[in-house]
Design a protein around this ligand. Structure first.
Ligand SMILES: Nc1ncnc2c1ncn2[C@@H]1O[C@H](COP(=O)(O)OP(=O)(O)O)[C@@H](O)[C@H]1O
Ligand SMILES: [Mg+2]
Length: 317
C-alpha cells in the first residue's frame, strides 16, 4: 500500500461509556490508516468494540478522544451545515437491513431518498438513478415498486448497499453486513461489495466475525481484542505471518488446517475480561498460553515488526 493515497486516518481514538458510575473502555488508543480503493477488514469476538468504532467513524457516536481525518479533514470537529454536508462521504451498511427500512416505503422511494435529500434532484431523476442502482446490485428494475417485506434478506441487503452508494460516498463501512444471511448469500454479497468498491475507487471497512469471509474479501485485516487493535497485516499473509497469540487462536478456531509445525494448537479458552475491569497489562494476558510476568504488568504497544505488519505483543518478532 506504500505510496498510495491515504483516505482515512484514525489517530489514538478512545471511547469510554459511563456505566453505573464506572467507565467502560470500549475503544482504547486505536490508530490505523485506510488507502483509497482499499478494503480493510476488522475482526474480533463479539463485544470487542467493532460496532462502537464503526459508529464513531460514521459520526453517529462522538469520540471520547482522538482524531479522525477523511482526505485530511478532521471531521469529528465539524458542526452544523458543514457536518451535514460531510455526512454523505461516509455511508454505512448494517447487519439487519430490515430495521433501516420503513414497512410502508417502496424500495424505489427508499433508494431515491438520499439524492432527493442531499442534492435536491427531481423525483424523476432520482427514480431513474434508483433503477440503475438496482441493476448495479443485481436486482430487477421492477423492485422499485415492491415493499421491503416482499424481498428476501439477501435482496434487502443489496438494496441497502445500493442506497449507500446512491450519493457516491468516499468510504463505505459494512458492520456485519452479511452476518444475518445464509452462507452462500454471504459470499455473493461480499463479492458484490468488492466489485463495487473497486469500480468506484472507494475505501471500505468490512467488519465481521467470520475470519474466513473477511480475509477472502479484504486486502488487510485488523484484529481487535477488548477495544484495541492487536494485529494488523495483509490478508493474504494471515496464516503464514500472523504473530499475535490471539490471532493464532482465532485462526485455529476457524481453519483446522492451520498449524505451525513447531507449535501446539491453541484454542481460545474462556471469555475476554470485562471492559469494566481491564487487566493492568496486556488485555489478552489472562487467556494467553504464552503469558509472562511482563505481560501482566505492561500493555504492549502496536509496533511494526515487518513492512505492513503491526503487532501488539511483547514477544512478537
Ligand atoms: N451505548 C453503550 N453504553 C455502554 N456500553 C456500551 C454501549 N455500546 C457498546 N457498549 C459496550 O462496548 C463494548 C463494545 O461493544 P460493541 O462495539 O457493540 O462490540 P462488537 O460490535 O465488537 O460486538 C461492549 O462491552 C459493549 O457492551
Ligand atoms: Mg457489533
Amino acid at each position: 500500500m506504500q505510496g498510495e493515497e491515504i483516505l482515512l486516518e484514525v489517530s489514538h481514538v478512545n471511547k469510554k461509556f459511563p456505566v453505573k458510575k464506572q467507565r467502560l473502555h470500549a475503544i482504547s488508543d486505536v490508530s490505523f490508516a485506510l488507502h483509497k480503493g482499499e478494503l480493510l477488514g476488522i475482526v474480533g469476538e463479539s463485544g470487542c468494540g467493532k460496532s462502537t468504532l464503526a459508529k464513531m467513524l460514521v459520526g453517529s457516536l462522538p469520540v471520547s478522544s482522538g482524531k479522525m481525518e477523511l482526505s485530511g479533514v478532521d471531521y469529528a470537529a465539524l458542526k452544523g451545515k458543514e457536518k451535514r454536508a460531510f455526512r454523505r462521504k461516509i455511508q454505512m451498511v448494517f447487519q439487519d437491513p430490515l430495521s433501516s427500512f420503513s414497512p410502508r416505503m417502496k424500495i424505489g422511494t427508499y433508494l431515491a431518498e438520499p439524492r432527493r435529500n442531499y442534492d435536491k434532484v427531481s423525483k424523476q431523476q432520482a427514480f431513474a438513478e434508483a433503477e440503475q442502482l438496482l441493476e448495479k446490485v443485481g436486482l430487477p428494475r421492477d423492485f422499485l415498486v415492491r415493499y421491503p417485506h416482499e424481498l428476501s434478506g439477501g435482496q434487502l441487503q443489496r438494496v441497502a448497499i445500493a442506497r449507500a452508494l446512491a450519493i457516491h460516498p468516499e468510504l463505505l463501512i459494512c458492520d456485519e453486513a452479511t452476518g444475518a444471511l445464509d452462507v452462500s448469500i454471504q459470499n455473493q454479497i461480499a463479492k458484490l461489495l468488492v466489485e463495487l468498491v473497486r469500480e468506484q475507487n472507494m475505501g471500505c471497512i468490512f467488519i465481521g466475525h467470520d475470519l474466513a469471509l473477511v480475509r477472502s474479501v479484504t486486502q488487510r485485516i485488523a484484529v481487535m481484542y477488548l477495544g484495541r487493535i492487536v494485529e494488523l497485516l495483509d490478508s493474504e499473509d494471515l496464516e503464514v505471518s500472523c504473530r499475535h497469540p490471539y490471532t493464532k487462536a482465532l485462526l485455529n478456531s476457524v481453519f483446522d488446517v492451520y498449524c505451525d509445525q513447531n507449535e501446539e494448537i491453541q484454542l481460545l479458552q474462556g471469555e475476554p475480561p470485562s471492559p469494566l475491569q481491564m487487566p493492568d497489562g496486556c488485555p489478552f494476558a489472562p487467556r494467553c498460553p504464552k503469558c509472562t510476568e511482563k505481560c501482566r504488568r505492561q500493555i504492549p504497544v502496536l509496533r511494526t515488526i515487518a513492512d505492513g505488519h503491526d503487532v501488539a505483543c511483547h514477544y512478537a518478532m
